[in-house]
Ligand binder design. Sequence first.
Ligand code: PLP
Length: 343
Amino acid sequence: MTPPPIDLRSDTVTKPSPGMRRAMAEAEVGDDVLDGDPTTRRLEQRIAELLGTEDALFFPSGTQANQTGIALVTEPGTELLLEANAHLVHSEVAGVAALSGVQIRPITTPEGLLTADLVRGALRAPSPHVPRIRALAIENTHNTAGGRVLDAAGVDGLTRAARDARLAVHLDGARLWNAAVAAGVAPARLAQGADTVMVSISKGLGCPVGSCLGFKREWRARAWEIRKRLGGGMRQSGILAAAGLYALDHNLARIGEDHANAKRFAELLSGSPTVRPSAPESNIVMVDLLRSGDTPESVSQRLAQAGVRLAPWGPRRLRAVTHLDITRADVERAARIILETLA
Ligand SMILES: *Cc1c(COP(=O)(O)O)cnc(C)c1O
């Protein structure tokens, strides 16, 4: 029997473990829209504590939590500064424009890492003609940059630049757990200085559904209203929140293993004449194709047949992501299959 393919396309492919499913089945629930769900509230409070925010709200997706965060910190007809390859720019179907009426102002960076100087350089003198910049969005870790990490000093520089210019700060922390482990600090340290903080439980933590948005207490009613408008009010959401509580207890502390596995994977691919792996800072490895005849689509198809799944990511690139359902033996076998298939 051939083993199932090693799926490195994304850390969203994880399946809930038996323990997680049991926690979900046994969750105490209520109608969260009508009068509250106790397990959902427990998750929100626990996440708020981890983020160092006064409160948090549970969402069905990171995209919806991101969009609510942007709506909270902007007004229609203003601008949002962000890194040019941010998820908010490329992967949320122009939600910032469509839902918040906000113009995005992408900042091009050499390697995906925003700096305080780049933010200052994007500011403009006030004038009746130019749009008023209202907020800065930070992505940590930065997905398309290959899981790159902004450490505490990097974050502080950005939030200081934002404060100096009176900009609000939204943190897209879909993988903030990974950033914190890589930077060697608590998640709250990297969220410090942000007004709204999105974190996902459906990526590194291995839950089937969900993200949270952290913010200050008085923003809860407004955040709730925006979520409702976006269709994100959920009823017995405690079944999903229970997975999050379970993941915080069982899966958060092991995220470093994913980073070690990503390093091992990159190490095994390095020196290959056919592919060049990035040097991973967290759980993402970008794999560049070196031979002109190889395209991401053709290579990913051949690899899938050979037992490894990677995601095409740009004209010469594939993305590999390590996660809860991937072991060290898996990444070692995956690297071997890649080297053999492309040899
Ligand atoms: C996945 C992701 C999101 C969106 O989360 P969904 O739950 O897929 O909507 C937002 N930002 C970043 C950086 C992501 O990687």
